[in-house]
Every structure is written in structure tokens, then in C-alpha cells.
Design a protein around this ligand. Structure first.
Ligand SMILES: *Cc1c(COP(=O)(O)O)cnc(C)c1O
Length: 346
């Protein structure tokens, strides 16, 4: 089976496991875990902030950020298929008491007009509200925000008196694809999340970065969420290993995704090669006249698993455990499975 459902499927490599086994550890709740402390300093610098905090998941990091930056009754403004809106089970309402204003946007990047209209059209207090931006943007197919465009969105939020959280779960993918340091985007926002259990290949882990004052408050929230840990150096060692060994190699995942997109498009599938900027390939089912369940079953019969991108669109995701050979075989099998005979162009 060629499993292209998600980059969360990565398993720790031998090198990562060795780093975990050798980790120096202490009690994190006493702030005595040296490897966790080292990871946090390293990530603060990489993300362009004063401080950073290790958390078990990026979902917890996002939810804590929303609590830090807002007050109940405030407004969460974000593109309509942003992770915080679609995949966090109502967390913004439950944990932060926020109302949600979803915006439709091209490539997951809301326009300045849309942001202004949302904020100005609401009775919510601006100082209780937040704009959440996602880079790369998952549901548009791993699209990258150009730095100047994200900066303009942040400026608009600042003018409106709204805080900004950057969900950079895959910020390292954006960084490698654009050839830009993560801090170029990270420093613009009040808080930034990075997830380590996606393309970076860790078994779990995330980081939230921000000012010293915000991260001190995040430390309390981490306890409240039940996310305070003990000998977390075992995890932090995997994360430091990923920063050293698994960032530059994301370029290989991106090249494989691109090759897969080209192969599928050449075979006649509705795949936008130019929109394949990082490690996701989006396959639009509407032109094929297939339901999601039908398409899923058809590719599985041919030995390929694809994942959910957004309604009506499947994704193929490359990561450290997907080889060139897997891509070649997927290029052969997916078009046949979805009813396209190979060699027939659009
Ligand atoms: C996966 C993901 C998250 C959540 O990460 P977890 O560590 O699984 O909680 C948040 N935001 C985006 C954009 C993601 O893709």
C-alpha cells in the first residue's frame, strides 16, 4: 500500500530515536529539563520572538494562543477552512468564548478588504478579537503566504486593533519552499504555532512562540490544559533532531509532490501543478464526477491511500517515508483507479 493520506504518518527515524534515547532530562514542571529549555530557546530565535514553549500538540498551542490574545465575546476572523475553525472541535468558542467570522479567500489568504469588512461590521470589541492566519494553508493544498502579503494582512489587523496569531503548523515547509527564514513571517504575529508531528517527523510535539510576557501566561495555560510535562527532554530531543536534520530535506518532499502533480496532470487528472507549492497535491473530484467515498475506495483497490483535503477534494501528501518509487507507482495507479486511461490528456 502506498499511503499518501497525511504527513502525520511519519515514524521517527533511527537517528531521531537515538537522540531521544540519549536525551538529558529533568522535571519540566520545575523548568529543570535541560533539553526542553534548549529547544525553547532555539525555537524562540528561529521564530523571531523572545520566548517559546513546548506543548504536546499544535491544537493546544493554537487554543492557548487564542486565550492569551482575546477575551470572551471577541471575534475570531480567519479563512473559512482554517484549522482552528474546521478541525479544533469548536475550541475557540469553548476555550476562549469567541464568535467566529469565517472569510472565503483564494489560496487561504484573506484580502485586506475582507479582514476590514469583518472587523468593522462586528459589534465585538476589537481589543478582544484576533485574526488567525495559516502558513502553509492546509485546506488550500499547502499554499504559501508571500511574506509581504502576510505583512499587509498583519498591518491591517494592527490598524483595526486586532491581535494576530499565525498557525505555522507547517511554517518550515513554507520557509523551505520560499527560501525565507521562518522568522520573516513569525516575527510579524503576536504568537506563532509550529507543529513537529507533520513533515518534521516527530511522534508528537509543538511550539508556541511570542513575547516573554505572553509565553509566561502561556505557561499557566499549559498547566490548565493538562499539557505540563515531566521528563519532556525525550520529546524535545526528537524536536531538536528534526530542526537539525529534517528541515532542509523538506525540499525533497516538495519536489516529489511536484513530480506527482505533474504526472497526474499529464495523465489527465484535474490537478493544478502550479498550486503544488509544498508537500500536498490536490485532486479535484467534481470534474471526475466521483464522490469522496467512491474515489477513496477506487484508489485503495489499486493499492493507494489518499486523504481528505476539503469537501470534494482529495489530497496526496509526501513526507519522509514516501520514496521516489512510491511516487512513480502512484502516478501509474491513481489515474487508472479514477477512471482515466494513461496517456490520455485533458
Ligand atoms: C495538524 C495541524 C494542526 C494541529 O496539529 P496537532 O499537533 O495535530 O494538534 C494545526 N494547524 C494546522 C494548519 C495543521 O495542519
Amino acid at each position: 500500500m502506498i499511503d499518501l493520506r497525511s504527513d502525520t504518518l511519519t515514524k521517527p527515524t533511527a537517528g531521531m530515536r537515538a537522540a531521544m534515547a540519549a536525551a538529558e532530562v529533568g522535571d519540566e514542571q520545575f523548568r529543570e529539563d535541560p533539553t526542553t529549555n534548549a529547544l525553547q530557546s532555539r525555537m524562540a530565535e528561529i521564530l523571531g520572538h523572545e520566548a517559546a514553549l513546548l506543548l504536546p500538540t499544535a491544537t493546544m498551542a493554537n487554543q492557548i494562543a487564542l486565550r492569551l490574545l482575546t477575551h470572551p465575546g471577541g471575534l475570531l476572523i480567519a479563512e473559512e477552512r482554517t484549522h482552528v475553525i474546521v478541525f479544533e472541535f469548536g475550541g475557540p468558542a469553548v476555550h476562549a468564548g469567541l464568535m467566529t467570522q469565517p472569510l472565503s479567500a483564494e489560496a487561504g489568504r484573506p484580502s485586506i478588504e475582507a479582514i476590514r469588512t469583518a472587523a468593522e461590521g462586528s459589534e465585538s470589541r476589537r481589543d478582544a478579537s484576533v485574526l488567525v492566519l495559516e502558513n502553509t494553508h492546509r485546506s488550500s493544498g499547502g499554499r504559501v503566504w508571500p511574506v509581504d502579503e502576510l505583512a499587509a494582512a498583519v498591518d491591517a489587523a494592527r490598524d483595526l486593533g486586532i491581535a494576530v496569531h499565525l498557525d505555522g503548523a507547517r511554517l518550515f515547509n513554507a520557509s523551505v519552499a520560499a527560501g525565507v527564514a521562518p522568522s520573516a513571517w513569525g516575527a510579524l504575529a503576536d504568537t506563532v504555532t509550529v507543529c513537529f508531528s507533520k513533515g518534521l517527523g516527530c511522534p508528537l510535539g509543538a511550539v508556541l512562540a511570542g513575547s516573554r510576557e505572553l509565553i509566561d501566561r502561556a505557561w499557566e495555560e499549559k498547566f490548565r490544559f493538562g499539557g505540563a510535562l515531566r521528563q519532556s527532554g525525550v520529546l524535545a530531543a526528537a524536536m531538536l533532531y528534526a530542526v537539525d536534520h529534517h528541515v532542509e530535506r523538506l525540499a525533497e518532499d516538495h519536489a516529489r509532490a511536484r513530480r506527482l502533480a505533474e504526472g497526474l496532470a499529464n495523465a489527465g487528472l484535474p490537478v493544478d501543478v502550479d498550486a503544488t507549492e509544498t508537500n500536498f497535491v490536490a485532486i479535484d473530484l467534481a470534474p471526475l464526477g466521483l464522490s469522496y467515498d467512491d474515489a477513496e475506495a477506487r484508489v485503495e483497490r489499486e493499492g493507494v491511500q489518499l486523504g481528505f483535503l476539503r469537501p470534494g477534494v482529495m489530497r496526496a501528501v509526501t513526507h519522509i517515508d514516501v520514496s521516489d518509487d512510491d511516487v512513480d507507482r502512484a502516478v501509474d495507479r491513481i489515474p487508472a483507479a479514477l477512471g482515466i486511461r494513461s496517456g490520455v490528456g485533458v
